[in-house]
Write a protein that binds this ligand. Structure first.
Ligand code: ADP
Ligand code: ZN
Length: 278
């Protein structure tokens, strides 16, 4: 039996499974302060005997397993969590922990079992509490020196909205994450009606980011998940905007092939975290 944890800014999903697609038990735990959140996670696993534990976590965090700081959250992206070492905190569950970013894990889930099968340059974007991006080149995460932070790329802020990222204001996450929608429109994103102007604005902001990613990585697949992307009506508007901005500069694959929903619905993260153990 294997274990998996998807550690998100709003919620954590914990699961045990025979294999990533054969989940035996799963639970959602709200993310609060580190102590009580981790204690709930540990109690879940007390009932099971697992051979290894895959963890996909929000960051920024040290994912280099050779480092003395393997597992350390290095910034206060979630209040109270800076300085917490995820690997240390979870070591009572199992000593064999494989850690990656939440988005690299989700990308891996989609690559192995979902909409990203055989993709050579796979981009997975989550639009949730934050915006995060994982990129797999032939199935292997593109890490760079620390890890990618594409959610914090700066993008034009035509109406001078004060973005919610405490570090950069007008980065992609600051302007287009779920909390930024709540701040901009004064109502939680999930409660905005489909005809609200918020969605056209959101598609605009997301499309700018996607065009930047296309320029940088020339992907053959971009999968968008996370809470905000539950609004499936965003997809067709988003594809149109990307087409418009890219302006036929180079040939793009069919936009509905290139930009797609997750094949694993909202399980990309937990399936990917479980598959880190394989
Ligand atoms: P996490 O970031 O913990 O992985 P989510 O991906 O669910 O969790 O992101 C939570 C954010 O997504 C919140 O800001 C919430 O307002 C937004 N959200 C969740 N569900 C929806 C929905 N159905 N429609 C629009 N926004 C949503
Ligand atoms: Zn930022």
């Amino acid at each position: 039996m294997i274990g998996g944890i998807e550690l998100g800014g709003t919620k954590c999903i914990v699961a045990v499974a025979n294999n990533p697609l054969d989940i035996i038990e799963k639970k959602v735990i709200p993310t609060r302060d580190p102590k009580s959140t981790i204690s709930d996670i540990v109690s879940f696993f007390n009932n099971f005997k697992i051979s290894s534990l895959g963890v996909g976590s929000f960051g920024p965090l040290v994912i280099n397993s050779e480092s003395d700081d393997y597992g350390l959250l290095v910034a206060e992206s979630k209040k109270g969590w800076k300085g917490v070492n995820i690997v240390e905190e979870l070591s009572n569950i199992n000593s064999n922990i494989i850690l990656d970013t939440d988005v690299n894990a989700a990308a891996l889930g989609e690559y192995r079992y979902g909409a990203g099968k055989l993709s050579e340059t796979l981009v997975y974007v989550t639009v949730g509490t934050g915006i995060g991006v994982g990129i797999l080149l032939d199935g292997r995460p593109h890490i760079g020196n620390f890890h990618l932070e594409i959610g914090h790329m700066l993008i034009p802020n035509s109406d001078n909205f004060r973005g919610v990222c405490e570090i950069h204001d007008n980065c992609w996450e600051g302007l287009a994450s779920g909390p930024s929608m709540q701040t901009r429109w004064g109502i939680e994103a999930s409660k905005l009606s489909e005809s609200h102007e918020a969605w056209v604005k959101e598609a605009d902001l997301l499309a700018i980011g996607l065009v930047n990613i296309i320029s940088n990585h020339s992907p053959d697949k971009i999968i968008l998940g996370g809470g905000v992307m539950n609004q499936k009506h965003l997809f067709p508007i988003l594809r149109l905007k990307v087409k418009e901005i890219w302006n036929s500069y180079t040939p793009l694959d069919s936009l509905s092939q290139l930009i797609s929903e997750p094949g694993l619905e909202d399980n990309s993260g937990i399936v990917g975290s479980l598959s880190l153990t394989l």
